[in-house]
Write a protein that binds this ligand. Structure first.
Ligand SMILES: Cc1cc2nc3c(=O)[nH]c(=O)nc-3n(C[C@H](O)[C@H](O)[C@H](O)COP(=O)(O)OP(=O)(O)OC[C@H]3O[C@@H](n4cnc5c(N)ncnc54)[C@H](O)[C@@H]3O)c2cc1C
Length: 488
């Protein structure tokens, strides 16, 4: 669906600024009966900020901390009861703070993502909430390190960091619309049990993963529906060692990393297996439910992430199809536990200890930005005159890898939402090419984009300028001062 189709579906609620020049929050649900209710205009209380970050997930947390540390009065709007996002719900571990040095003998080992993302890991380490940067001892053509996290401690640690940085954290708050005048965004509409409010700001960052703010602001987007959706589970009463031995017995172990588990170093924290070598009665059933044979943990007797995949027929912005997928995924989770109990030693009493509150997406909308990172940019290891970070991991490795185990750059222009003066985008919503997206969408890349976009938004707000008027050399200086690493 493009901007025009989206706009056709909007029922504009009549919110306005000044002489009524604004568009506002609306519903995308077409009436099945073709009858409509005209919502009356309402007066909303206005809150004033320098920077408003929409979505407190992987990128949004870092964006908000970065903006507040620049001195900007910053609000973060998050619909769930905690910040953290997909990094705490979707996948397995954080890929990857490093370049892929292990797969490229002779290539220099270097940490390419630092700054606030690394601070989060330091804070997690202090409370026993991460494996640390655990080196792969097997299967390192795919990644050199695995950084596993305790999903619940991650939520706590980043929540504390946000508050310490002075961010006005609005959890349980839905971003429900945009207040725009021409190409300039004036505010967003937020909906919570405290009522409907307008959050005005000077600069904005969309970190909602779905690109909700950019869509409300009238930006162009597409919805490729090119990934499966997932609801991952944590599984209790299990053993990493027994899973490891089971995979080894069937010659099916493809990946392993050792790191800190319940305070003890050198423990297995990541395993991956290949279905092709496991007994057919298990693998055929597992494939039917989209069960991934990869997990990480930072605790004994616990698998932090087991993924159940489901390919929806349409984009995950469709509420009614999402409802079907949510039910299907919960059935798959239960079936997965049955299979583990039946086939994997040490799982006789396995149970679902955690589910994600809603299904996770690998992408929803792709928001059109001033630049679209290409497949060639990624695999050729290109850097740009306006790089805001370096990144060195590809989720399609070893089939697709960054040249010579190096890095590529994400340029500032790739974060500027086309057609809107003061809106940046960060996270899974950038990069249209599926192959390039298999790199840029990864957690640590999203976090780096968050630091860059939050910093830029704060600087724009302080200088009262649009995102295109910010001097790149000043942005780079601020990022370097905050510990961001550059190459190229
Ligand atoms: C199943 C799965 C497995 C993955 N595995 C890995 C992996 O192993 N390693 C890796 O590095 N990457 C992995 N990824 C990719 C990575 O986790 C994501 O791409 C990344 O976390 C996305 O970050 P984000 O900030 O764009 O979105 P999110 O982290 O999802 O943040 C978006 C936030 O916005 C909030 N939000 C959305 N809409 C609104 C609204 N209207 N109002 C208010 N709040 C809103 C959401 O609640 C959420 O907190 C995986 C992804 C998935 C789905």
């Amino acid at each position: 669906m493009d901007r025009r189709e989206f706009s056709k579906k909007l029922i504009v609620a009549g919110m306005g600024i000044g002489a009524g020049a604004a568009t506002a929050g609306a519903t995308t649900v077409a009436s099945p009966s073709e009858s409509y209710y005209e919502e009356p205009a309402r007066r909303l209380p206005v809150r004033q900020f320098d920077v408003v970050i929409a979505g407190g997930g992987t990128a949004g947390v870092v964006a908000a901390i970065a903006a507040a540390r620049q001195g900007a009065k910053t609000a973060l709007i998050e619909v769930k009861g905690y910040p953290g996002g997909t990094v705490t719900e979707g996948g397995t571990a954080l890929h990857s703070f490093y370049n892929l040095w292990k797969a490229f003998p002779g290539c220099k080992r270097r940490q390419v993502v630092r700054g606030i993302p690394q601070e989060i890991i330091d804070r997690l380490l202090a409370v026993g909430g991460t494996s640390g940067h655990a080196e792969m001892s097997k299967g390192f053509a795919y990644d050199s390190v695995c950084t596993a996290i305790d999903t619940e401690l991650y939520k706590l640690v980043v929540f504390e960091m946000l508050v310490e940085s002075g961010v006005f954290v609005c959890v349980n708050t839905l971003l429900a619309g945009a207040v725009k005048d021409g190409s300039r965004l004036h505010g967003v509409i937020a909906e919570s049990r405290s009522g409907r409010e307008a959050f005005y700001g000077k600069a904005f960052v969309d970190c909602t993963a779905y690109g909700d703010l950019a869509a409300y602001a009238g930006a162009d987007f597409t919805e490729p529906n090119d990934y499966a959706v997932v609801n991952s589970i944590g599984v209790g009463n299990v053993s990493m060692e027994k899973l490891h031995d089971y995979l080894v017995k069937h010659d099916a172990l493809t990946q392993r990393a050792e790191g800190i588990r319940d305070g003890e170093d050198g423990q297995i924290v990541r395993l991956q297996g290949s279905w092709a070598r496991l007994p057919k009665e298990f693998s055929e059933e597992a494939r039917k439910i989209g069960l991934s044979l990869v997990t990480t943990t930072v605790h004994d007797n616990y698998w932090m992430f087991i993924k159940l995949n489901f390919k929806m027929p349409v984009s995950p912005t469709n509420r009614d199809e999402v409802a079907k997928a949510e039910l299907e995924l919960r059935k798959r989770q239960y079936r997965a536990i049955q299979l583990f109990r039946e086939f994997v030693p040490g799982c006789a009493r396995a149970f679902i200890a955690r589910t994600s509150p809603k299904l996770c997406i690998r992408r929803g909308r792709v928001i059109r930005c001033d630049y679209d990172v290409t497949h060639e940019d990624v695999i050729e290891g290109r850097h740009f005159s306006d790089d805001v970070m370096a990144y060195g991991f590809h989720d399609s490795a070893p089939r697709l890898q960054i040249k010579d185990g190096g890095t590529y750059g994400i340029p500032y222009r790739a974060l500027r939402v086309a057609g809107v003066e003061n809106l940046l985008a960060a996270g899974m919503m950038i990069t249209s090419d599926h192959r390039a997206h298999m790199s840029t969408r990864n957690t640590v890349s999203c976090m780096g984009q968050g630091q860059a976009s939050g910093t830029a938004a704060a600087m724009c707000a302080a200088r009262k300028c649009g995102t295109r008027d910010l001097r790149y050399s000043d942005l780079r200086k601020s990022l370097i001062a905050a510990g961001v690493y550059f190459e190229g």
